[in-house]
Design a protein around this ligand. Structure first.
Ligand code: MLT
Length: 273
């Protein structure tokens, strides 16, 4: 992996292929490896950038405010700085997954002129319910004591379609291992940030760039019906349902996700050398 220095940390990232940039932003509490299959599939047609966000994978957490964590907007600021640091000044195709999607909405809001297109996978536009927010804050308060293993156990069942636990054992094991290796401090910081994230539904009709919405048909965290509403609210957005997948579409059905992403990116062919 490469490393880029920004004001808050050193971002570890994968940089593969040539041509116009596609920026892949992972979910919580994961790292760039959740995009492994997509990195492989896209690298022969564009430049794929897959960073580890602050505190995840190989990127150090850096300084954070323990009481407020890291806001989605701050992660978006990190991404803009990261692009500056590696000299990307042309617009990117930004693909966010779940928490990466919450961050992508903030990127759209603050850095819309840096976008060529947007792909939102298994994410939400609404803020949390009071109950969900309380659950996040409880995890943030207890993450150090619980340890990442317990967090992996708590989250595991919700991440996958039920049949994936028998048919996609390798993918389930990969994601579990990533969560187990994530530091409790990073988990706490991100949970506090997600708990405080704003509702962005009013942003959706203002999105001008081509947008693709991807969701697993059995996603229990960002359900298809909710993602369909997101697609309907964004002018001309394309909606893609991924069969045989829950929340973790990129690893549960990589073939279908790669196909959707590749076809979408092909639409910008003149830009992709
Ligand atoms: C994710 O996959 O990033 C998380 O499930 C997002 C969340 O906790 O809302």
């Amino acid at each position: 992996m490469k490393s880029a220095t920004i004001s808050t940390t050193n971002i570890a990232y994968v940089d593969r292929g040539n041509g116009s940039p596609v920026l892949l932003v992972h979910g919580f509490p994961l790292d760039h490896t959740m995009w492994r299959a997509q990195i492989e599939a896209l690298a022969d047609r564009c430049r794929v950038l897959a960073p580890d966000l602050r505190g995840f994978g190989r990127t150090p957490l850096g300084k954070t405010d323990a009481s407020s964590g890291i806001a989605m907007e701050q992660y978006a600021d990190d991404l803009a700085e990261f692009l500056d640091a590696i000299g990307i000044d042309e617009p990117v195709v930004l693909s966010g997954f779940s928490m990466g999607g919450y961050i992508a909405w903030q990127f759209v809001r603050k850095y819309g002129d840096r976008l060529r297109a947007l792909v939102q996978c298994d994410t939400r536009a609404e803020a949390d319910s009071a109950e969900a927010r309380a659950g996040r804050l409880k995890m943030a308060e207890n993450a150090a004591e619980w340890g990442s293993g317990r967090v992996a156990e708590m989250m595991g069942l919700k991440l996958f379609a039920p049949q994936s636990f028998t048919t996609k054992r390798e993918a389930v094991a990969l994601i579990r291992a990533v969560v187990e290796h994530t530091s409790p401090a990073a988990i706490a910081a991100a949970q506090r940030g997600m708990a405080a994230r704003p509702d962005v539904t009013s942003l959706l009709p203002t999105i001008k760039v081509p947008t693709q919405i991807i969701v697993g048909v059995e996603d229990a965290i960002s359900p298809p019906a909710e993602m369909k509403r997101i697609a309907a609210a964004i002018p001309n957005a394309q909606f893609v349902a991924i069969p045989a997948a829950g929340h973790m579409t990129t690893v549960e059905n990589p073939v279908a996700v790669n196909d959707a992403l590749s076809r979408f990116v092909e639409g910008f062919r003149p830009c992709f050398l």
